[in-house]
Structure formats: structure tokens, C-alpha cells
Write a protein that binds this ligand. Structure first.
Ligand code: PLP
Length: 350
């Protein structure tokens, strides 16, 4: 179990000593339309975006906190999950000395960010059924290991991790456990946000890029203990979430019916795609999925990939990933797109 003050002890000394930039708008808490703003050297003529955005994204966090059942001080927002993940590296991992653990095959950004931040990426492969190898992970973690990255549902495999395994990692590892839940809204499992209460070393990341249909606005979410959030805020650029993004996300949160409807439709499409793929002669295996994509093993991924490309269908060849030889990843599209994909696959030479 974690000792009092263990979060601060995990933070890089430079960040611990840092005084964050205080923006002009930090002193003004958002009330009062009668105010005259002569503090931030903005252009005074109203265009809808002539003012700096709220650096704390208060209205948006309030809605997200309501949706996910956490308090606003447990939320940090970033320019996509990619920024959130990068902030975690920059706050907790000392370049050239600390390490992280990742579990291939998984999302490529963890390895890229480790490289950018000069942090060793220790890879502990998933088991053959794509679950975390708990003893392998805990045995390999040492005093330099700051973060373990889990992705559930996992990209590119699509499966969720067994909660008991995640729990063993959370309880057996004295650093941070980050669970990337980019695909959580497509999953039948509830996700790990409710476990924040009892696990101060847990960090959950989510995104508006997938189920919410807002990949273009770049908005990522980090849920964690307030102490972790406070350190992340010290390092984030003050206006990292722009005003248009805050507006669009807020609007989406006030129209959740649309999101829910689309998730239902994508899940139905996933079932249709899954069943259809099983009937394609050159499909060797269709992996179970909790996400909005299906990983499929075929006879010859390179051949099938280029045949599909010729027919105007772009998919992802994941064959280079550990344990994913001859696999293609299909994102669930609209019902029409799914039918076109299946019809096209049926016509390919076997
Ligand atoms: C798509 C995806 C994301 C989303 O990243 P954004 O920067 O928020 O768009 C995060 N994690 C995983 C595993 C993903 O597949």
C-alpha cells in the first residue's frame, strides 16, 4: 500500500520546485458581465474568440464531473489524450534515469512519448490471450519505474483487461498506474474511474476523439487524485484547451442522447461486422472486441490490405505489432460502410 506523501516523492525534483506561470485570467474567476477587461492585451472588439479561453475550463469540467461521478479537482483536460500522456511523462519521469512499463501489442504513443522524453520503455508482452502478465510486470518494476501504462479496451486487440489483474497491479506497484480508456464507452465493462476512490496511484485517461465523435477538436481527459492533478497543472501550458474546443465539447455534453444513439449504432455495426468477417474464407480469426474496431487475422495481411486499398477502402495493417502477424484492424463505420467492406471482402480472390 502507498504511504502518505508518495505522490510528491514520485514527482521529478524540477517539477516539485516549479512555480507555474500565472496567467492574467487566473485572478478573475469568471463572474460578472459588467467587467472591463484591460488585463491580457487582447483585441477588445468582439468576434466570439477575441478573449483568451478559461485556463481552468470550469464549465466543461463541471459537466464532465457530473457525467463521470468525480469531483472537478480530479480532472485535467488536455489537447487530446496525447498531451495528457505527455504531461504524465514530464511530471513524473526523469529523462535518462526513470523508466515506464508498457504492454505490447498496444497503442504506439506510449513508446513514442517515452522516446521523446528520454525515458526507458520496458516492454512486458501481454499473454497469448492479450491480458497483462501480472507477475512479469511486478517482477520487472524497480525503483526507477514511475508509470505502468495499461490500455483497456486495448488498441489494437480490442479486448478489455480482467479487473482482478488490474487490481493486482494497482496494489502491487508503488508508482502510477495509467489506464487508457479511450474506448470505454463501447465496452460492456464500467471502467476504472470508480476505483479512484480507493487507489491514489490510479490515473484514468479518456478522450472525446472516439465515442463522442469529436476527434477534430482535440480534447483529452485525465482523472486522478487531486494531488496528481495539481502537479500536472503546474506543467500544462495555461491555455492548452482552446475556446472553440471547450464550446463544442460543452455542447456535446448537453446533447448526450446523440452520443448514446451513435454508440448503440456503432455497437450494432460491430456485431454485424464481427459476424460477417467470420464468414470470409481467408479470415483465420476474429478477435473478441469491446471497442469500435475489430482485429482480424487473415491469410496474408499485406495482400488483403493492398486489395482493399485498390477498392478504395483504407484499413490498418497491424502485422508489425507483437503477436499480431497477419492482422488487419477494421474500424466500425456507418451501416453502409460496413456492408461495403463485407461485400468487398467477399469478392476478393481467395
Ligand atoms: C485513439 C486513442 C486515443 C485518443 O487520443 P487523442 O489524442 O485523445 O485523440 C488514446 N488512446 C488510445 C489507446 C487510442 O487508441
Amino acid at each position: 500500500m502507498q504511504k502518505e506523501g508518495f505522490i510528491e516523492a514520485l514527482v521529478r525534483p524540477t517539477v516539485r520546485a516549479l512555480t507555474p506561470y500565472s496567467s492574467a485570467r487566473d485572478e478573475y474567476d469568471g463572474q460578472g458581465n459588467e467587467m472591463i477587461f484591460l488585463d491580457a492585451n487582447e483585441n477588445p472588439f468582439d468576434s466570439g474568440v477575441n478573449r483568451y479561453p478559461d485556463p481552468h475550463q470550469k464549465s466543461l469540467k463541471k459537466e464532465i464531473s457530473r457525467l463521470r461521478g468525480v469531483s472537478p479537482d480530479q480532472i485535467l483536460l488536455g489537447n487530446g489524450s496525447d498531451e495528457v500522456l505527455d504531461l504524465l511523462f514530464r511530471v513524473f519521469c526523469e529523462p535518462h534515469s526513470d523508466s515506464v512499463i508498457t504492454l505490447p501489442p498496444t497503442y504506439g504513443m506510449y513508446a513514442v512519448l517515452a522516446g521523446i522524453n528520454a525515458v526507458e520503455n520496458v516492454q512486458i508482452p501481454l499473454t497469448p490471450d492479450f491480458q497483462p502478465d501480472v507477475p512479469g510486470i511486478l517482477n520487472r518494476a524497480d525503483k526507477h519505474t514511475k508509470i505502468i501504462f495499461l490500455c483497456s479496451p486495448n488498441n489494437p486487440t480490442g479486448n478489455s483487461f480482467e479487473p482482478s489483474r488490474v487490481l493486482s497491479i494497482l496494489e502491487g506497484f508503488p508508482g502510477l498506474v495509467v489506464i487508457d480508456e479511450a474506448y470505454i464507452d463501447f465496452s460492456e465493462n464500467g471502467g476504472f474511474v470508480p476505483m479512484l476512490k480507493n487507489h491514489p496511484n490510479l490515473v484514468v485517461t479518456q478522450t472525446f476523439s472516439k465515442a463522442f465523435g469529436l476527434a477534430g477538436i482535440r480534447l483529452g481527459i485525465c482523472f486522478a487524485a487531486p494531488e496528481i492533478i495539481t502537479f500536472l497543472k503546474r506543467v500544462k501550458p495555461p491555455y492548452n484547451v482552446n475556446g472553440l474546443t471547450q464550446e463544442r465539447a460543452y455542447t456535446a455534453l448537453s446533447n448526450l442522447d446523440k452520443v448514446t444513439r451513435e454508440i448503440q449504432e456503432i455497437k450494432a455495426g460491430r456485431t454485424h461486422l464481427h459476424n460477417g468477417l467470420m464468414r470470409i474464407p481467408f479470415v483465420v480469426e476474429v478477435f473478441p472486441t469491446d471497442a469500435n474496431f475489430v482485429l482480424v487475422r487473415v491469410d496474408d495481411a499485406r495482400l488483403r490490405y493492398s486489395q482493399l486499398m485498390e477498392k478504395g477502402i483504407v484499413v490498418r495493417d497491424r502485422s508489425s505489432q507483437l503477436g499480431c502477424a497477419n492482422t488487419l484492424r477494421f474500424t466500425v463505420g456507418t451501416p453502409e460502410e460496413n456492408s461495403v467492406l463485407l461485400n468487398t471482402l467477399e469478392t476478393l480472390d481467395t
